[in-house]
Write a new protein. Sequence first.
Lengths: 135, 135, 454, 454
Amino acid sequence: MKVVTGVVGNDIHVVANRLIDISLQARGFEVFNLGVNTSLEEFIDAVVETDADILLISSLNGEAEGWCRDLQFLRSEYNLREDVIFVIGGNLAVGEANQDDIIPKYRSYGFDLVFHQVDLNTGLDELERYVKERA
Amino acid sequence: MKVVTGVVGNDIHVVANRLIDISLQARGFEVFNLGVNTSLEEFIDAVVETDADILLISSLNGEAEGWCRDLQFLRSEYNLREDVIFVIGGNLAVGEANQDDIIPKYRSYGFDLVFHQVDLNTGLDELERYVKERA
Amino acid sequence: MSLLQKERDVITRNEYADTFDFAEIENFIANAPKELFITHHFKKRDRLLVQPRGGFPTYKKMFELYETFMGADIDVLPLTVDSNTRLNDYAMAQKMLRLSEENEMDMLNGYPLVNHGYRTTRKMITHFNKPVSLRHGTPDARLLVETALASGIFEIEGGPITYMLPYSKNFPLDKAFLYWKYVDKVCALYSKLNEPINRESFGPLTATLVPPCIVIVIQLIEMLLSLEEGVKSFSVSFSQNGSMMQDIVTSNVLKKLAREYADTFGSQDAIINLVYHQWMGAFPRNKELSDQLINTNTVIAAMVRADKIIIKTRDEAFGIPTMQCNAQSVANTKYTLRTLKGLPVMSDAEEEENLELEVRALMDAVMNDPADTLWRKVFNTIKSGLIDVPFSPHIINHNAVITIRDDQGNIRIIDKGKLPLPERCFAYEKSKVNLPESKTEVINKIIHDIGAML
Amino acid sequence: MSLLQKERDVITRNEYADTFDFAEIENFIANAPKELFITHHFKKRDRLLVQPRGGFPTYKKMFELYETFMGADIDVLPLTVDSNTRLNDYAMAQKMLRLSEENEMDMLNGYPLVNHGYRTTRKMITHFNKPVSLRHGTPDARLLVETALASGIFEIEGGPITYMLPYSKNFPLDKAFLYWKYVDKVCALYSKLNEPINRESFGPLTATLVPPCIVIVIQLIEMLLSLEEGVKSFSVSFSQNGSMMQDIVTSNVLKKLAREYADTFGSQDAIINLVYHQWMGAFPRNKELSDQLINTNTVIAAMVRADKIIIKTRDEAFGIPTMQCNAQSVANTKYTLRTLKGLPVMSDAEEEENLELEVRALMDAVMNDPADTLWRKVFNTIKSGLIDVPFSPHIINHNAVITIRDDQGNIRIIDKGKLPLPERCFAYEKSKVNLPESKTEVINKIIHDIGAML
Ligand code: B12
Ligand code: B12
């Protein structure tokens, strides 16, 4: 399966991104890593271009919300495949926030899986489970 | 004025006791310091013997309550002068406790002034004020 | 009108910024109270200055933050800007500032200084009358720094390398050098009016397994670049390495060589300060344990005899800290520094000799580059991988150097990439670690080492 | 039946105590799991063992305390007894235990071990299967220690000096020596059955401006007295002095001389351990700041290379800590020890030389006393003020030595009373402080120094 990944917005936290790259490859995914500082348009572009199955966005510095509100809009504008899985993870708010507030909010923006302050491997395990269930 | 002082019960915390001695003397009191590890009876005995005006008891290690419940009883048994001022201070409970619980309790045991975790000089200032008011 | 002034006029004419009145600004700086200058406080040098990080989107909340800090007897106030401002995206910053003001919710991870403008911000800074330090991470900080200085912020952090390699993906490095030359020039200019403006380099870099020799070389270079432009007060810095001994060794070598290089390059009159950053890597997701880590760092800062310490909070792993939590960190740090006494003077001759040799070899490589100016020499050295910062997100960085921790927590170089390290030094580094056989195990060890404080 | 056994029968026949079945007890100790012996854990010596303090009146609450500690990955469980038991007032302990059981309120500041008895207590200890350390402060601890050993508590703290001078007003000192001789004999006896029982001295003494030379001399003496009776594993200890350098110097000299004296007196086979106590003086009435102090102490414990650290809690200034708070302290300490790496080896030659000279002079004074046995020599020395513990509540103690802190927080002797210090050493001590002129100012300085950590 093909995954497009990277860190959204003006966010340059690269460490998790490097580890995500390694982990996804170890799990057998074909990875297109756009790196840090990537706009939502660039992500959607890359999904179209690579015909990816999954878009896995990281955000660490608190910017996520400012960027991801437009996801639904872009999705229809770019006329994406219906079955692309949208995943977001990292630190999804400015300041401390709890999962119960965060998850529904990002779901409403159009993400299928939302991981706020969840360990990478826990998150990727869940992604693989989700992929299997959908198949 | 004469003050009998010391640390009640099986309590051997001596540092505050040494400082109290110095402070009382500096304030012009005549001090009879029984030191640490002093039973309630010994205190009352000394008050009678020296014809003291004030009994100032310290307790640091949490034992105070176990000993001071008998104060009223001893007071009448020894037939003490009516106007002896009874003062207690230090750390008056086992574990953390707050003033609002502690003060009424020790008042009911017969103490005129109760200082739970109050700085020495603050307490002695108040004692002097109290002495003046009563005079 | 000088060439620089022309450039300044162009830079400051920006739809998101205040219109600049340079005459008024010069007058303000010339007459500003000494208290606002950290250089004035460094001069007394009677204790380690404590500075937190902190920035909130709205003026109101920023003001409250400062009030809260003042209650904790703070030494240096921070002004941390948001990540959009860092990358000159003032439009996004403006949008999120409005949202924050309307919704009583922080939509920015810092204070958008350019958007607020200097007239407004100056009111706050002169009100509190404490030195303020600008924390950003901006490759092109020209407009930001003009705004900061005009606001009364007289310490400017950053530099062309330390605010590039960790903070940007593809900002052109050569431009960064020129833009920071501009910043240094302006700082030097204003330094003549009153107490000097302090420039500070950002030693922690990516805060991820960066070996001390690279930190020190980059500190020395940014110092020399600033001094070259006439800056008279400069702070070199580094952050907790993860080994107390390595912190001490780093401090000793950094202090010695900073003075030596400054003098050799003709800046005997410049004041050089040392700043220590508490652990800059990943924090445990447990506030009690974070408190321990923070306090341990305070102890080490005192032991390495820093002039200023920049602190973290127990909220680090969770997000931008609340102001109460941040102020508590200040109070805690001040308590420890007040009660911690009788610090031994320490050194480790062997380690220090090795580190010094490494730094000198790297510095020689820079200086021996045939280019005509220092910044071009440095540019070439980074481009060719002779300087290489682990975990930099920037495309120009080679990412060939691989580091790992030894048993004592020291960061050691196991693959030197193109670093021109003497054979003897590299052998020393390698002799300290027992490398696992398989590559996966090495990667697992690196992941484990990144999480050394978890 | 041996004389000792006759004495033991008399001692243990007490209306408040269990009836002792010595055969059963010996059998229990001989077959007890190694895990219960701290000596077994010291042998591995791969990390600093962490031990809190703690004791609650009822069995139920004590059990809960241990459960809570286990959750924090504790190394050594404490059993702290109440202050009535310490002074052999079992009647008062019994009364307050009943009140505590009936009212769900703690009327005792520790666990009244004798009243609970060994049969009950052993259940708890074998259940948790961790080494337990007995913390008391009892001049006559014979019954208490018999009960402890029979319960499975295989580390016994205390000694005739360290549990007398700080803990009693008028208990006869000569008796204390004999009673502790008994304790040491019993420990030595049981040590032959399985792993050795560990004896530990209480170096903090009154925790109030006690100079290192006195601490060390008393540590050496109690060690020698125990080894004389056949004890094979002994821990010397001290607590934070208030100057990091003085802690390091104290540790270096104490370790060196403890080994030297043990060997000279024929105990080459005895194991000597070093225990570090976190700050034992007055704590700040602020829990956040107390946390800082505690963590700073953990860092220092690691730096002085102790074998065990005994910790405090953020509740110290307020009263007996809650169990949660106590367990949190354990977890915090373990975290810091786990992440703190690369500790430099430190020393200060001048300070160490001076301290060593002081200790040797005091030890010579003890050894040169004409009495026939070591304990009588020591008794005479204390009685004549050649050994003198500041702020001891005991009538026999001279209280003539006066100490104060220098600028670096080091405790310095400004009036040596009758201490037989070499002139040169005393001159060194005095050279370090600038004494105020007036006596009131000196007293104020002492009060201030007692509150060094407030
Ligand atoms: C190192 C660091 C930096 C370095 C980054 C170097 C680099 N280029 O990578 C430097 C010093 C440069 C830096 C800068 C800044 N940082 Co920073 N930084 C950190 C720090 C300390 C550690 C991050 C890290 O590397 N962790 C190790 C990696 C492996 O873990 P991770 O990133 O947390 O990711 C884990 C999970 O989130 C998860 N994950 C991540 N993505 C995904 C995706 C999926 C699908 C899943 C399942 C899981 C997952 O997997 C990882 C492993 O478990 C964190 C705080 C912390 N966590 O302790 C702050 C932190 C992330 N930074 C923060 C901020 C705000 C900034 C700044 C904007 C400065 C500021 N205003 O304070 C700047 C500017 C950066 C910018 N333009 O974005 C904030 C974010 C605040 C918020 N969300 O509320 C944090 C939380 C600090 C704080 N408490 O204020 N930072
Ligand atoms: C030093 C110390 C010791 C030394 C004492 C040496 C000595 N002989 O003096 C040693 C190590 C021997 C010791 C032993 C014990 N201690 Co102790 N000790 C302390 C400690 C750390 C400091 C006390 C001190 O000297 N402070 C400096 C002096 C100047 O201040 P102070 O005593 O607090 O007094 C101030 C005020 O209370 C006030 N004050 C005192 N009396 C009066 C009277 C009046 C009228 C007024 C106005 C004010 C006043 O004035 C002083 C100055 O402001 C305290 C904790 C703390 N406070 O940080 C525990 C503490 C007092 N100890 C405690 C205990 C329980 C013990 C033990 C019983 C052990 C145990 N079970 O844990 C033993 C046994 C002692 C016994 N038989 O009583 C507990 C008491 C618990 C409680 N009340 O709930 C404390 C609070 C520690 C704790 N949190 O567990 N201790």
